[in-house]
Write a protein that binds this ligand. Structure first.
Ligand code: NAD
Length: 253
C-alpha cells in the first residue's frame, strides 16, 4: 500500500477530462526499481566511472571492452529488476485515457515489462545492438572470445548498444513523434526526469506553449500549483498511482 498524497483537484480534473495525455519519463521512475539514475552515488561499476566519460562514441572507440562491460552490467541490472509502482500506474493509465503517448528517456525496457504499449524510446534501448560501422540493428550478434563486444555477422565490425550517447542525435522518428505528442496533448506529465538533457527537456515547455496543462512529478522540485503548471514533489511510485486512482477510483493500479 502506498501513502495517498494530496493532489491538486485541478490536475485530477485535467487528467480525467483529457482526450490526449503525453507522459515523459526519466531515470527517476526506474530508481524505485533499484536502477541508479545518472546522478546518484552508487556501488559497483557506476561509482567507478562517470557516465559522461563512457557514454560517447569516442569513448567506445577508445575502449570498446570497458564500455561494453559497463552497459552489460546496466542491462543485467535492468533485466533483474521489476517494474515499479510508477511504471505499473502508467500501464494502467493507458486503459483510461482515450490517447496516451508514453515517451521515455530510459533504456531499460521496464515500461514495456509493466505492460505499456507503443513506448517511444527517445534514447534507444539496451535490448538491441547495432553495428558501429554500418549503423544498422543486428539481430544475431556473433559472440567473441574474451570480454569485448560481440561482432557484426555481416562485416565483422564492432557492435554497440542501440542507445543514444552524448554528442549523438536522437532517432529522428522518435523525436518527431515526441514533439507532435507534446503539441497535441491536453495534459503533459514529466516524471522522474531532471529535464537537463535536450531535446527531451524542452518537451514540457512545448506542450505548455500549445495550450496543455503540464505536471512535473519529481523529488527535486518545490511543490507549486499555478495552473496550467503543476509542480509536484514526491516519488513517482506514490504520486502516479494516487493520481490514477484519484481520477478513476475503480482503476486497478
Ligand atoms: P537524471 O539522472 O538526470 O534525473 C533523474 C531525476 O529523477 C532527478 O531529477 C531526480 O530528482 C528524480 N528522481 C529520483 N528518484 C525519483 C523518484 N523515486 N520519483 C521521482 N523522481 C525521482 O535522469 P534523466 O532525466 O532521465 O536523464 C539522464 C539520462 O540518463 C537519460 O538520457 C537516460 O537515458 C539515462 N539513464 C537511464 C537509466 C535507465 O534507463 N533506467 C538510468 C540512468 C540514466
Amino acid at each position: 500500500m502506498h501513502p495517498n498524497p494530496t493532489l491538486p483537484p485541478g490536475l485530477i480534473d485535467a487528467l480525467r477530462s483529457a482526450r490526449a495525455v503525453t507522459v515523459l519519463t526519466g531515470a527517476g521512475i526506474s530508481a524505485e526499481s533499484g536502477l541508479p539514475t545518472f546522478r546518484d552515488p552508487t556501488d559497483g561499476i557506476w561509482s567507478r566511472f562517470r557516465p559522461q566519460d563512457l557514454a560517447t562514441p569516442a569513448a567506445f572507440r577508445a575502449n570498446p571492452a570497458l564500455v561494453w562491460a559497463w552497459y552489460a552490467e546496466l542491462k543485467a541490472r535492468a533485466d533483474a529488476a521489476e517494474p515499479s509502482a510508477g511504471h505499473r500506474a502508467l500501464a494502467a493509465l493507458e486503459r483510461h485515457v482515450p490517447r496516451l503517448t508514453l515517451l521515455t528517456q530510459n533504456i531499460d525496457s521496464l515500461h514495456q515489462r509493466a505492460g505499456s504499449t507503443g513506448v517511444v524510446e527517445l534514447h534507444g534501448t539496451l535490448a538491441r545492438v547495432r553495428c558501429l560501422d554500418e549503423d544498422v540493428v543486428v539481430e544475431d550478434p556473433v559472440p567473441v572470445d574474451g570480454d569485448g563486444p560481440p561482432c557484426c555477422p555481416r562485416c565483422g565490425g564492432l557492435l554497440r548498444p542501440d542507445i543514444v550517447w552524448f554528442e549523438e542525435l536522437l532517432p529522428e522518428a522518435a523525436l518527431r513523434a515526441a514533439q507532435s505528442a507534446a503539441e497535441a496533448c491536453d495534459l503533459f506529465l514529466a516524471v522522474g526526469t531532471s529535464l537537463v538533457v535536450e531535446p527531451a527537456a524542452s518537451l514540457p515547455y512545448r506542450a505548455l506553449s500549445h495550450g496543455a496543462s503540464v505536471a512535473i512529478l519529481n523529488l527535486d522540485v518545490t511543490e507549486r500549483v499555478t495552473p496550467p503548471l503543476f509542480l509536484l514533489h514526491g516519488r513517482a511510485g506514490e504520486l502516479l498511482p494516487a493520481l490514477v486512482r484519484a481520477a478513476w477510483p475503480n482503476a486497478e493500479v
